[in-house]
Design a protein around this ligand. Sequence first.
Ligand SMILES: C[S@@+](CC[C@H](N)C(=O)[O-])C[C@H]1O[C@@H](n2cnc3c(N)ncnc32)[C@H](O)[C@@H]1O
Length: 202
Amino acid sequence: MTDRYQQIDFIIDYVKPRSIVEIGTWNGDRALAMASAALKHQNHLQYWGFDLFEDGSAKTDEEELNVKQHYSLDAVTDKLRYFQNDNSGFSFDLIRGNTRETLANTDPNVTVCDLAFIDGGHSVETIDSDYQALNRCQTVLFDDYYVPDENGACPDVKKFGCNELVETMPHWVLPVSDGIVSGGLVQMVLTGKLAQEFIDKA
Ligand SMILES: C[S@@+](CC[C@H](N)C(=O)[O-])C[C@H]1O[C@@H](n2cnc3c(N)ncnc32)[C@H](O)[C@@H]1O
């Protein structure tokens, strides 16, 4: 049984990124999975991870449709450092705070990295804002493309998810969907150079 996150490994095998930015680092496990996949192809990987970390609250959970537990910046830093001890080609920076603010003043290298994974806040305003900061990255992968389930349930795509944004650009919806507890299905979407290649080949 595959889940949608396993598709990221295929994308990394194809893109062979030297730099990755993840919006929504959460507990850091995805950072390590993506770094392990990238380090099969490159001697060095730079990872930037953005999250509210301990600034997450009941209010931000509601605004961003977040159902996941909050992890502290220190706890995730320790986890990534531990991985770095065995993987000296791994460099990382973690940036705490709301990406509507933190991405505005970020290292310019973040904005042109090889692979951006946008999986932070789920409100359309935050996803739009994250994409505006990262739209020059070579490949941009979004989580949170919502489709109705067999009962017709689906999050309100006018308020949440990347559906309306990706309709404005060439995009490729990845095939694996997962159920959402509150109803509906979620898929990932590729945009950027790789999406265009897939579209041209289809
Ligand atoms: C779905 S989780 C990320 C999952 C992770 N990418 C993975 O693959 O395991 C979403 C994360 O985004 C963070 N988040 C939500 N809204 C945010 C915002 N406006 N700015 C920064 N981080 C945000 C939450 O704290 C949460 O850790």
